[in-house]
Design a binder for this molecule. Sequence first.
Ligand code: HAM
Length: 421
Amino acid sequence: MVSTDCMAFRRVKGTVDYFPEDRLLQNMVFDIFRSAAIRYGFSEVEAPALESMPLLAAKSGEEIKKQIFTLDKRSGEELGMRFEFTASLARMFVERQKSLAKPVKWFSLGRMWRYEQPQAGRLREFYQFNAEIFGSGRPESDAEAISLAIESLKALGLTKKDFFVNINNRKLLQGLLLDIIPKSRLADVLRAIDKREKITEQEFDKELSFLEKQKIIKIKELLQQDLDALDYSSMNNMAREGYDELKSVLGFLGRDIVRFSISTARGLAYYTGTVFEVYDAKGKYRALAGGGRYDRMIELFGGQSTPATGFAMGYATLLLLLKEKGLLPKISLGPDYYIAVVSDDIRKEALKLASGLRKKYSVDIDLMKRTLSKQLKYADSIGARKVIVLGPDELKSREVKIKDMATGKEKRIKISSLIQS
Ligand code: HAM
């Protein structure tokens, strides 16, 4: 047995450590998302990381159920870690449904857990930026969700050359599929279609091996179709409804970024209408974001029937794309000021100056009783923007020398005006 006192502990598989530079970068990206969501009229909410298993398993489908991190049963409670925000936000909406003016527009930023095989952009613990609109069944609200996803990416500096949105409608796809397969097979076929891009042709055939060959061929033919090639007159009612919805949503969106894709099915089972996914233009990474309409979840959660739509964007794939494009926000970790203390007898005065400056600036000060030259070296290595050298002479004259570390320039300034500035 390995003794724990000589064992170096490792990060859990599929999780990420956020060191200061990583966390600062993430905060900057999240602030950009936060401000985009607020500009679109969304309010921020947070939900518990722990939810009851019945809620988590309720409407998401078999595929995701296998990925839920469950906890040991305690006092009869079955709990799991949230794998998405949507179910939690729907539960929160139901709780206040009666008193809230519709539509309700909520966004959230937080950690999720899924038991997946870790790979680039796919983790077991990851972050999502999530937005939901409850109470509007109109295509305008699907378009609003998609626009927010697009604008959030643009606010990071990405352009139509870097990403695109695949849009489809579940009713359209299901309606067209029901001309080929029985209803009882719909869920399995949708799941296979969702996986199709990530698997080989043979694997896809295997996923559909419960169908006759002829039907698989027909499904493949269907998945080649473009929007203009679809024959409205021969569609059943479900497909027509989906087609009309899709056309309306597309009418509110620029066609340079948003494209029709009949094979966009989405992995989660709860979608009822519009579905969409965002990808990087080169198709190098897995999806950046995904979402759609889920009009039946609220009533399933015990609320009054309410239409809903939304999306979630992952931080992991986005980070890979931003890195590739050289679009990572510039970070600067060091404090605004570092106060170098010349001698120990003035330490108290130095701390007073620090606390005065800290009302407005980030300020660091020697905690190691280092020599002046070592303090200056340290200030440089942590990236302090300005250094104040404080000694008995400076205290007497109430004037300090400030060195700008970027330019090397020095200037003298009165302590009183420094604190007021
Ligand atoms: P989702 O497609 O499962 O949808 O996840 C949305 C995004 O979260 C993905 O496109 C991906 O960027 C990121 N993501 C998912 N799983 C992982 C993972 N294991 N590691 C890293 N990133 C991941 C949902 O979660 C729905 N709740 C979206 C939604 C909101 N639909 C309606 N409202």
